[in-house]
Design a protein around this ligand. Structure first.
Ligand SMILES: [Zn+2]
Length: 126
């Protein structure tokens, strides 16, 4: 488990630019009369437009992303997912490791207290 933690630490150093959130594609209908988006038989909506939404420190934000910038943003979103997955795994491992150590320390402490209690009985002192 400790070895995996070390792997996670070095993997985290490799994580590039990142940002939280999700990217949604939208196709819209405009208000222009007779526009192709309102064709009764073959409506062709405008777009796609890309909308980035995320929540940071309790505040949610939505912004449009130009088509040309979509690949960059997708990469950043993917990096954030990697970051989250790695830290979540680290927490899992860390919890398991510290649980084990705590149990071991408890046992040692109990053994020590028993020994001390016996010591008191055998050597009551002056
Ligand atoms: Zn239209």
């Amino acid at each position: 488990m400790e070895k995996r933690v070390e792997q996670i630490k070095s993997a985290l150093q490799q994580v590039g630019e990142m940002r939280p959130g999700s990217l949604n594609q939208q196709r819209t209908v405009c208000g222009r009369t007779g526009c192709r988006c309102q064709d009764p038989d073959h409506p062709r909506r405008h777009g796609p437009y890309y909308q980035l939404s995320y929540v940071h420190q309790g505040k949610s934000t939505t912004q449009f992303i130009q088509k040309q910038l979509v690949p960059t943003v997708r990469r950043q979103l993917k990096n954030f997912k990697t970051f989250k997955a790695l830290t979540a795994e680290w927490v899992d491992l860390s919890l398991a490791i510290t649980k084990q150590k705590l149990a071991l320390d408890r046992q040692k402490l109990k053994a020590l207290q028993k020994k001390q209690a016996r010591g008191t009985v055998l050597n009551p002192g002056p």
